[in-house]
Design a protein around this ligand. Structure first.
Ligand code: NAD
Length: 491
């Protein structure tokens, strides 16, 4: 069956170069004589490296290259990037094409328009999104983002990544994401509360503790989760209320949140960096790192890296970019950001520009802001050994090819920032069981789960001789494929 699928796919997508060398057909859009026997080029995107250095004549319609090579081509959208990564994994393992078709689509998409009263007595009609990508493994799960860049494409992409994340970490959740296109700087705290509450009300029963469970993401926080919880509880009957605490995770601890959830994503990033360092005989004490984004993920990762003895030397956020070769104290900076809203004008560092930030020589780069930051323009500037992706999809396809070419290790997003959803799962479990776990219990369980996922990705990368991003994707899709195969498709 797989063989048939593969042939069908080849016929559709790829011009064959040799009937006897089937493996090649998977990798090339255009045949090129002379390289078929070279195992050096066996693998996805090897040709992209070749394209950059190739001295052989180009074919008439342009260069010939692996189908994932897109440098110089139009910029792909965030969602297209995510789907391309799925395709890449599909080609490595030859997953069932029909199951991949299911996974390439979102299951439900809600777009809600709702009115919100402003402080000045006026009214604004806002637009919110909730996209449920897949629930084969359990209830839909994923954060809510309030940001000017939020649109349906972005939310689809983020929802899809959530499915992979739950699958890779072996937790019983599916994937979803939501958001509202807004700039929080334009609204007072009271207005933000009314926006969060009206959005929750507009979503109605399309979220729920056993159905779809939101959590914090960019510009949303435990306070916003508490408002969402309170609004949701107000819409269910009184005798159900205490059974619905787990409708959101990332709540304040007093409102049913879990110890360790606030730092969980950063904690997971640091557990993985530590594991990578151990595996590579690299000493984190005295190592240097730079961080993009100093919100929840960036600041917690930085503060926990400090405990490892590593030195933060440059930070970029939406307000500015700062550098100090002697080191920036993450706790002091976190305090400053709390009071000033960003890193701009932080007194114990000097301002630098965006390009200088990306060119800063350091051991580790932790992107912890938005998607598509490591690109064809910025990846060539990077001078680091490891990129640990705290953010979702910070690297676009071009950026990824360049990182591989530069032999920079990457702990990919769906593994690297999965600490958040893992501890969200722990919070959900504690709420369901009316339990409160101590911090060391949460941390130990997080460590076990995330290192287990790391090892699976490591072994898969070795087995298929692929990069870690593809390997992570393969681990996730394998789990989903097994579930679909076991259950079949109704009817
Ligand atoms: P946050 O709102 O707490 O912080 C976002 C940070 O990014 C801020 O410091 C902001 O100034 C900065 N930023 C925004 N635009 C920027 C730009 N153009 N250039 C540089 N910096 C910019 O958000 P967060 O929760 O820390 O999320 C950060 C990333 O981590 C996102 O990609 C999010 O999806 C991902 N993530 C978050 C969690 C979580 O638990 N919060 C879990 C997994 C993944």
């Amino acid at each position: 069956m797989k063989e048939m699928d593969r042939k069908r796919r080849n016929k559709e997508d790829i011009t064959p170069i040799s009937k006897t060398r089937e493996w090649k057909l998977l990798y090339y859009e255009h045949g090129r004589p002379g390289l078929e026997d070279s195992s050096e080029y066996r693998g996805l995107c090897r040709h992209c490296e070749l394209c950059a250095t190739c001295t052989l004549p180009k074919s008439e319609g342009g260069v010939w290259h692996c189908k994932y090579y897109i440098a110089g081509a139009k910029k792909t959208s965030f969602y297209e990037n995510v789907l391309k990564q799925l395709e890449k994994a599909e080609d490595v393992v030859h997953f069932d094409r029909d199951i991949c078709k299911i996974l390439a689509a979102t299951m439900n998409e809600f777009v809600v328009h709702f009115p919100v009263k402003m402080d000045d007595g006026g009214l604004k009609v806002m637009t919110g999104y909730r996209i449920q990508h897949n629930n084969a493994l359990g209830p839909y799960k994923g954060g809510l983002r309030f940001h000017p860049s939020v649109d349906i494409d972005e939310v689809r992409a983020l929802a899809t990544l959530m499915t992979w994340k739950s699958a890779i970490t072996n937790i019983p959740f599916g994937g979803a994401k939501g958001g509202i296109q807004l700039d929080p700087a334009d609204f007072s705290s009271n207005e933000m509360e009314r926006i969060a509450r009206r959005f929750t009300f507009a979503l109605g029963n399309n979220i729920g503790p056993e159905y779809d469970i939101p959590a914090p993401d960019v510009n949303t926080n435990p306070q916003i989760m508490a408002w969402i919880l309170d609004t949701y509880l107000s819409t269910v009957t009184p005798n159900e209320r205490n059974r619905c605490l787990h409708v959101v995770t990332g709540k304040p601890i007093e409102s049913g949140g879990s110890k360790g959830r606030n730092k969980a994503t950063g904690q997971g990033v640091v557990f993985l960096i530590d594991k990578w360092a151990n595996d590579h005989g690299f000493n984190l004490k005295g190592a240097t790192y730079i961080v993009q984004g100093f919100g929840n993920v960036g600041s917690w990762t930085s503060r926990l890296m400090k405990e490892k003895g590593s030195k933060l030397i440059a930070v970029e956020d939406v307000t500015g970019t700062i550098f100090n070769s002697e080191g920036i104290d993450p706790d002091d900076l976190a305090n400053y950001v709390k009071n000033h809203g960003g890193v701009l004008d932080y007194p114990n560092a000097k301002p630098i520009d965006h390009e200088t930030f990306f060119s800063t020589k350091a051991d580790i780069f932790i992107p912890a802001a938005l998607e598509n930051q490591i690109t064809a323009e910025t990846a060539p500037l990077l001078n680091v050994k490891l990129v640990a992706e705290g953010a979702n999809s910070p690297t676009d396809l071009n950026g990824d090819i360049i990182l591989q070419r530069k032999k920079i290790d990457v702990i990919p997003d769906i593994l690297c920032n999965s600490g958040g959803v893992i501890v969200s799962y722990f919070e959900w479990l504690q709420n369901k069981r009316s339990e409160f776990w101590e911090l060391d219990e949460v941390d130990n369980k997080l460590h076990k789960k995330i290192i287990n996922a790391y090892e699976k990705v490591h072994d898969t990368a070795e087995k298929f001789r692929v990069d870690w991003r593809t390997a992570a994707q393969v681990v996730a899709i394998s789990r989903l494929e097994s579930v679909y195969k076991e259950r079949g498709i109704f009817p």
